[in-house]
Ligand binder design. Sequence first.
Ligand SMILES: [Zn+2]
Ligand SMILES: [Zn+2]
Ligand SMILES: [Zn+2]
Length: 344
Amino acid sequence: MRRFQCPKCENEVHFDNRQCVVCTTQFGYLPSADKMLALSGGNDETYPCENRNVIGCNWLCEGVTNLNQCLSCRHTTKLPDLSVSENLRQFTLLERAKRQLFYSIMKFRLPLYRSTESAEGYLHFELLGDEIDSEGEIERVMTGHKQGRITINIAEADDATREKIRKAHGEPYRTLIGHFRHEIAHFYWDKLVAGKQSIDEFRAIFGDERADYSDALKVYYKKSAPHGWSKSFVSAYATAHPWEDFAETWAHYFHMISGLETAYAYGISPQPVKDSAPYMVLISDPFDVIDLRILVDHWVTLTVAMNEMNRSIGNFDYYPFVLSDSIFRKLKFVHDLIGAHTKN
Ligand SMILES: [Zn+2]
Ligand SMILES: [Zn+2]
Ligand SMILES: [Zn+2]
């Protein structure tokens, strides 16, 4: 994430802020301009998202449209019953993570395939909670993707629930933003890989996705990941099926680029311990770098330092992964795929 400034006093403000703590100016984030603008800035072109006072959405809408919601909020097509206060809290946290997701989508210039006629086939989100049916049975909401529709069980926004699942599945990066990044990968796989030229390369790297999906998941949940999985996969869950491997790699790639963008914004550039090793020059725009090797080299150096930072205060490692050659090939597939659609 990059850094932002208050449009009035230039004090540092953050991506989710709505008001400057120094001069009390109310502002909002305009995605097309990638900057914070004052609400009473004397322009009629922009106006706050209608969710601003509901869930603290700080994004702005623009232009003469009848859209009352910002780019991120209007991609949520179903939401839980907000008269339940716990639902409102969870919805707020999910939408916050989703704005971060849309920030990356915009930076990568990935298409949204938006159509005004129907929701079918374009990226949209249903953020729903489990319900009790008329027979008193719990109807569980499964987090997942189908033809552009991404369903997230809002209980994931509950820290205790998510932590329980995270531990049970051995997933160091089970977070809300991680879920969003993972689920959109399935959508982009459908759009950019299925039936396209890249399918052969995909199968050579990730395996054949025609293997029965539900059988594969059943096996995974019964037997867990094979021994030594971390040499070739970014997570245990990635071993379940080539689609899940792709989605986990895609999410990991988003984490890496986002982390590199933050490092640049704050001028964090750890140097090699050996004087003779090349000096690390910060990458100003990791979204636009063509050579993945440059990104990965920076990322590895940075994460070693970040791990030491965390250890120095007794925390878990920031980045408990090793990027093997086989994982590099997978990341490169994602990197080239996004680049082919956006960097020209
Ligand atoms: Zn200010
Ligand atoms: Zn909004
Ligand atoms: Zn998945």
